[in-house]
Structures are given as C-alpha cells and as structure tokens.
Design a protein around this ligand. Structure first.
Ligand code: XMP
Length: 507
C-alpha cells in the first residue's frame, strides 16, 4: 500500500482517489503523525499545502526513515520542501504559476515519463517556485514559466514535481502516478472493494474487540454500508438506532426500517418527529435550523444510547468529502460553506470512542463496497439525502403542514423520475418549498398559494454539480401532477443553477 503524507492541500483526497483508481490501496496521514509501522508502505507521496516552505508556519515532515529507503514522490509543496531543506532554493515566483502549462522534457526519464508525450498538459497551483535544485537533483522537465517543474535525486527513487498529477486537468496525471507506483515502486494493483471489505472488517475487529458499538442509521447509503461492515465484523454487538426526525421523505421511516430488519441488522426505530418540530418552531435562519436539528439529533441519540449498557463506541458513516468540507472548523485550510451536522458534533459527555470505517473513501467507492457486501442495488442507488432532511428544503421556518406539503411534492417528483427511467441518470433530486405565495387561478377561483422549486443535479461527489436537462415533457407532467394533487401549491419552477456558484441545497 501507499502512504500519502498530507500537508493540508485541498487536493490531497484527489491524490488518494487517483491512486485507488489504479486499484492500489493508499492511506492519508497528517505529515506530523505518520504511521509508526512504515514497513507496510511500499511507496510514499508528499502532498501539496497552502503553506510556504519559507514562511513561519513551515511544515517539517520527518522523512529520514523514508527518503532513499522507499520510492518517494513529492508533489508541489513536497517538491519545494525537498529542494529547500536539502541544498536547493525556493523563492516567491515572479509570474503567476496557476493553471495550465505544458511539459517539456529536459532529460527524459524513461520510466517516470513513459507513455507521456512532450507538451503534455499539466496543472500548476503555487505561489513559490524552486529556483535551485537540491543536492544531487537532476532536472527532468520544465514548462514555459517553471524551469524546475520535475526533478529526481540521483541515486534514489525520489521524484519531485511542482504540478499536480491528481487533478483532472493534468491530462497524463494518472499515467504518471502509474509510472511511479507500478513501474518504479513495484506496487501491486490488487486493491478492490472486496479487499477493502476484508481489511476493514479485520481492522474493526482489532479496534473494537468485544465492545458494544452504537450507530445512527439514516436510510442513506453511507450509514447503511457502515452498518453492514460493522455487522460483519462484530455481529450482535452492533446496536443501530434509526431516528425519525419528522423531516424524512414520505413513508421513508417505515419502509427503510423494514428493509434494515430484513438485512438482519439489530435496529431500533425511534419516532422523535414531534421533538424535532417543537425545537424548530419559529427558527428561519438556515444555520439556526441545522444547529437545532443537529442538537436534537444528538439529544435523542444520547437518550437511546444510554439504554444500551456499557456501550463504548459510536460508529458513523462519515465519508471523505464530509471530512474535507468540515476541516476549517478545526482551523484548517478549506472554508466552511455549511456546517454538516454529521461530522464532529458529539458532546464530550458522551465519552464514546469513534469508529468511522468509511472515513477514507469516496461516495462511488462506498457504493462499490456496498455491492461487494451484497446490499440491495436499489438501496445503494438511492440519491444522497442531507442529514437535516426536508428541514433545509423548507425555506424559512418549518411546520408540520409545510413538511406534509413538501413530502407530497417530493414523492411525486422522485417517483416520476423512477417511473420514467430518469432516477439513475440523476445524482440527486428533490424539491424545495419556497417561503413565498403567488397568485393563481383554479377553476374560477383565485388562489394565493405556495411555490415549489424542483432541483435535479448531476455530480460525482457533491463538491461541484450541474443541473440536469430533464425532458420538458417530463417536467410538464410532474408540474401538472403536483399542482393538481398537492393542496397548498399552485406554482412549480425548475432550478437551473450550477454549483458553484449556487449550492445543491437551497439552505
Ligand atoms: P450543498 O448544498 O452544500 O450540498 O451543495 C452538497 C451535498 O451535501 C448534502 N448536504 C448535507 N448532508 N448533512 C448532510 O449529511 C448536511 O447538513 C448537509 N447539507 C448538505 C447535500 O444534500 C448534497 O448532497
């Protein structure tokens, strides 16, 4: 397996993703907490960073056990770090070194650059640049503005590049990673969902032993896959709690609960709808609503968890994008756009240790792992649904009546997508209840009722998204159905905004 030492770059997870696409398992560890057992790692990658090697906040990894002993690929900050502290020189760059550039090989390293042509497009993103190579540095490639774009250290399997091989716009990035990992480092391409299940189940057994674990199921793919993995590892010691926050889709609580029981999971369904709605009464601010929902969830969950004697662990279905988008809460580099309630929200008094088997994998990988666990494809193919549920799709304050209206609208839309074979072509779909009334006419009567917005997006990870060009005929049919069947709605609009600059949810 491969070790990625993280210096806080937004792209670190993408490095992991590209490596996994090569069927190679990798782990990301903070640069200052590398794993103790290095012998399991066949190669090491140093990530980029928002920091500078020249500033006060220079991040000093200890690479003495790695460099010269294992194949090492240093990316961006990593490359600058190797240069700056090993006899080279790093300085602020005079020209902007962001975006597209083209490689020109200086000394063509046959293995490192095999199957990559002269002029290949790479993506740069740095404000410092390497002015002088480190001791024993051998220049491999330049671009128009960056002389030392790629170098190696003579006599070592150490390679350094200032561009980012992990981003989509570096056209041969994956090939370059394959060259380094497969041909130079001789890492086997054996990581598959099956092997992930096997190693994760073994790791859970080792970590949790015979302790009891409690897990909150949400009906979504992530918590379900996490539960099945844990169940495979510890069986009856896994206690699942499925809370109805009153903000789920129509009939979802009952139907999903049944499905879980059919899967052999030990699940307790808790209907706390009223408690949530009472807490939400009169709150209109989006972050206020998220906090109320998140806080109530913890209270309800805590009450239930106390009924399980000697429970020691809390399992969560947190996946990698949740972790990344929430980093800034801890003073990290990425900005908080919305506070996702399923990350890091536990009060200290719960004193439970956390186990998060999916913390390092991406949504598409979660689905593949779920398939390898034999989970129903229909459940795995479900669209993502936010933890705060319809609470953040009802703009403004939330009432039982508004929930009812939105559940009806959402069900017509989502069932319509399924009936017309469109559901699987869309990454996420749902409806928003807007806090405005508009005038309409039904029969001879004037109406003054609510507007709903339908939203359907395509995406791979929710980080960026585009609206889906659903057939007009379909939208026409759904709009008619909604207005005719849902009392309180007289107008339907379709959201045609991409993310960015909009977000997927409206709050
Ligand atoms: P946004 O609205 O930020 O959403 O573009 C990106 C993805 O995240 C989901 N989402 C959430 N999921 N808790 C969750 O578990 C939350 O608080 C939350 N907010 C947004 C959203 O549905 C989309 O898939």
């Amino acid at each position: 397996q491969v070790l990625i030492l993280d210096f806080g770059s937004q792209y670190t997870q993408l490095i992991a993703r590209r490596v996994r696409e090569l069927n190679i398992y990798c782990e990301i560890h903070p640069f200052n907490h590398p794993p103790k057992e290095l012998e399991n790692f066949k190669a090491v990658i140093l990530s980029g960073s928002p920091n500078s090697v020249r500033g006060e906040n220079v991040l000093h990894p200890d690479v003495s056990e790695i460099r010269g002993k294992k194949p090492l690929l240093a990316v961006c900050y990593g490359a600058q770090y190797l240069a700056h502290f090993s006899g080279g020189k790093v300085a602020p760059s005079n020209t902007r070194e962001y975006g597209r550039a083209n490689l020109s090989f200086v000394k063509n390293d046959e293995m490192f650059f095999q199957n990559i042509s002269e002029g290949s497009q790479v993506w740069m993103s740095h404000s410092d640049t390497i002015k002088e190579l480190p001791t024993n540095g051998v220049l491999l490639a330049s671009t128009k503005d960056v002389e030392n774009a790629a170098y190696k250290i003579a006599g070592e399997d150490t390679f350094a590049i200032q561009f980012h091989p992990e981003v989509y716009h570096t056209k041969d990035g994956k090939q370059l990673l394959a060259n380094f990992l497969v041909d130079i480092a001789k890492v086997a391409q054996t990581w598959t969902p099956d092997s992930f299940v096997e190693s994760t189940v073994a790791a859970i057994k080792e970590k949790v032993g015979t302790d009891k674990v409690v897990l909150g199921l949400s009906g979504g793919v992530d918590s379900t896959v996490a539960a099945v993995l844990l169940h495979k590892a510890i069986g009856k010691n896994l206690y699942c709690i499925f809370v109805n926050n009153g903000l789920l889709r129509k009939n979802e609580f009952e139907s999903v609960l049944k499905q879980y029981e059919g899967m052999g999971l030990n699940v307790k369904g808790v209907d706390a709808s009223k408690r949530f709605l009472d807490k939400l009464a009169g709150i209109s601010d989006p972050e206020g609503k998220r906090k109320a929902i998140g806080g109530t969830f913890i209270d309800v969950f805590d009450d239930e968890a106390h009924h399980i004697q000697d429970v020691k662990w809390l399992a969560q279905g947190t996946i990698y994008p949740d972790v990344i988008e929430s980093v800034s809460v801890n003073g990290g580099p990425s900005a908080t756009i919305k506070s996702h309630h399923n990350v890091g929200g536990l009060p200290d008094y719960m004193k439970l240790q956390i186990v998060e088997p999916l913390r390092m994998i991406f949504k598409d990988e979660v689905r593949r792992v779920g398939a390898s666990l034999g989970i129903d494809p229909e459940l795995l193919g479900r669209h993502p649904f936010p933890g705060p549920g319809l609470g953040i799709r009802i703009l403004g304050d939330v009432t039982a009546e508004k929930v009812r209206i939105l559940q009806e609208v959402d069900a017509i839309f989502v069932n319509g997508l399924k009936e017309d074979g469109l559901y699987d072509k869309v990454w996420q779909a749902g409806a928003m209840l807007l806090p405005v009334n508009s005038v309409g006419v039904m029969g001879d009567e004037r109406t003054y009722e609510k507007v709903v917005a339908l939203r359907a997006v395509e995406s791979t990870d929710g980080m960026t998204a585009d609206w889906v060009d659903l057939p007009y005929k379909f939208l026409q049919k759904i709009s008619n159905k909604i207005i005719n069947q849902v009392k309180g709605v007289n107008r339907v609009v379709y959201d045609i905004s991409s993310k960015p600059p909009a977000t997927i949810e409206w709050e």
